[in-house]
Design a protein around this ligand. Structure first.
Ligand SMILES: [Fe+2]
Length: 199
């Protein structure tokens, strides 16, 4: 079996992933695991030094469009966990998308507006809009609040940190047309790591 992949192999990332795995192991529910992970995640967002500039850079050719870069930092070999940064240039926004796995998402640099959608039959309805500042984070437990879009509102590029219990860049999920509600198969990929089939 392939070993876990530490693309950013540093003591900070190894310690964080170790703490996350230790929290998930005995947890009887995603909620319980998230509560146990929260302090380590907050500390990661508060630490200004652990993320090199390369993982804070936009990516003009990315599959997300708008110069948005999704940089893999770590993933488990069995696809059960991934840590990545999402870099959204000023004024750019992601497609409306889902994640299909529980986890934690927090803002590291810049500011963002987030729009959360809910399904009403075949349509999407805007449920909530919130402004995020560095250090803000939220948990994600699908299907609750799993469909969203983020837009960078700062003059500087925004960087958010995602810890999710799938190989988010490589799984097929959905991008949505917010007006019609139509869902299309969507795979974002990572800027710096291939998916198993080479994509
Ligand atoms: Fe997202």
């Amino acid at each position: 079996m392939a070993p876990d992949e530490f693309v950013l192999d540093t003591p900070v990332v190894r310690q964080f992933v170790g703490e996350v795995q230790a929290a998930i192991g005995p947890a009887s529910s995603p909620q319980q695991a998230i509560e146990a992970i929260r302090p380590a995640f907050a500390a990661l967002l508060a630490d200004p030094d652990w993320l090199p500039d390369a993982y804070r850079a936009d990516a003009p050719e990315s599959g997300m469009g708008g110069g948005i870069g999704q940089w893999l930092l770590y993933r488990a070999e069995d696809g059960s966990l991934s840590l990545f940064s999402l870099v959204v240039p000023s004024g750019s926004q992601t497609p409306v998308h889902d994640h299909l796995a529980w986890g934690l998402v927090g803002l590291y640099r810049g500011t963002q507006d987030e729009e959360i959608y809910t399904r009403r039959g075949n349509r999407l309805e805007l449920k909530e809009q919130r402004a995020l500042c560095p250090g803000d984070f939220y948990d994600l437990i699908p299907p609750q609040d799993d469909i969203h879009r983020v837009r960078t509102t700062s003059a500087e590029t925004s960087v958010s940190i995602h810890l999710l219990t799938n190989d988010t860049g490589c799984v097929w999920r959905h991008a949505y047309d917010p007006d019609s509600g139509e869902a299309k198969p969507f795979r974002s990929g990572y800027v710096n790591a291939p998916c198993e089939d080479g994509a």
